[in-house]
Design a protein around this ligand. Structure first.
Ligand code: ATP
Ligand code: MG
Length: 214
């Protein structure tokens, strides 16, 4: 029986590659370069599928992949239904934050109970965050380049991932509130874990060792 591992290209793949190698999983072709969406590995029982970062939880939830690697940002937004999240891989670390243009009095606006326009690709997470704080917001869904929105009057604030802060600085934005710490997690289909425990457990153990030694 083959196990399928869902991965996204870019940051997660780059940072997960050393952990995968330590767990004995080396892709047969460079997933960054190949046009194939299904790639074999050096591990006789594991193949990789290449999907969009935000689609990883969906493939694993429905069992099209047994395992996957996804950021906590994506998992929070998805909801985590049907997923077991055994290992924080401690890679792709950043923070989900509220940011506003330099000079915008965010704390004052919150204190006055102003209604804020907030642009983000994390609608669910943003909605829950502002509701918990009692801040009234109109959320505007974007798919990328959130930093642009306040610069052209689309929004007062954004909710986005921040690591170095360079993109914010380059666009004269400042982070004013942290929503959560983000890192990539290994996720497992809950039913697969029960039905294929004998195959999956050694893979989980290998990842846990790889993270411990990292
Ligand atoms: P796509 O580029 O296909 O639209 P994406 O923008 O979600 O998708 P990436 O930018 O590669 O893809 O981000 C993938 C994951 O990497 C995110 O879900 C998040 O967990 C993590 N990530 C994103 N930005 C950063 C960052 N600045 N620092 C660290 N990790 C990040
Ligand atoms: Mg991207």
């Amino acid at each position: 029986m083959t196990l399928t591992l869902a991965l996204s290209k870019g940051r997660i793949l780059a940072e997960a590659a050393p952990l995968l190698a330590a767990a004995g999983i080396i892709p047969a072709e460079d997933p960054e370069k190949t046009r194939k969406l299904i790639v074999g590995t050096s591990h006789p029982q594991i193949r990789i599928i290449i999907v969009r970062a935000s689609d990883v939880p969906t493939y694993v939830q429905y069992g099209a992949a047994d395992l996957g690697i996804a950021g906590k940002d994506v998992l929070e937004e998805h909801g985590g239904e049907g997923l077991y999240q055994p290992i924080d891989l401690a890679i792709s670390r950043c923070r989900m934050m509220v940011a506003v243009p330099e000079g915008f009095d965010y704390a004052g606006a919150v204190r006055r109970g102003s209604r804020l326009k907030v642009a983000t690709k994390y609608l669910g997470t943003a909605r829950r965050h502002f509701a918990a704080k009692g801040v009234h917001v109109d959320l505007i869904k974007l798919y990328g380049s959130m930093e642009l929105a306040p610069l052209v009057g689309l929004a007062d604030a954004i909710v986005d991932l921040v690591s170095s802060g360079n993109t914010l600085r380059a666009n004269h934005l400042v982070a004013v509130e942290s929503i959560m710490e983000v890192s990539a997690r290994l996720v497992v289909n809950q039913a697969a874990l029960k039905l294929k425990r004998r195959q999956i457990q050694p893979v989980l153990d290998a990842f846990a060792r790889a993270v411990g030694h990292a």
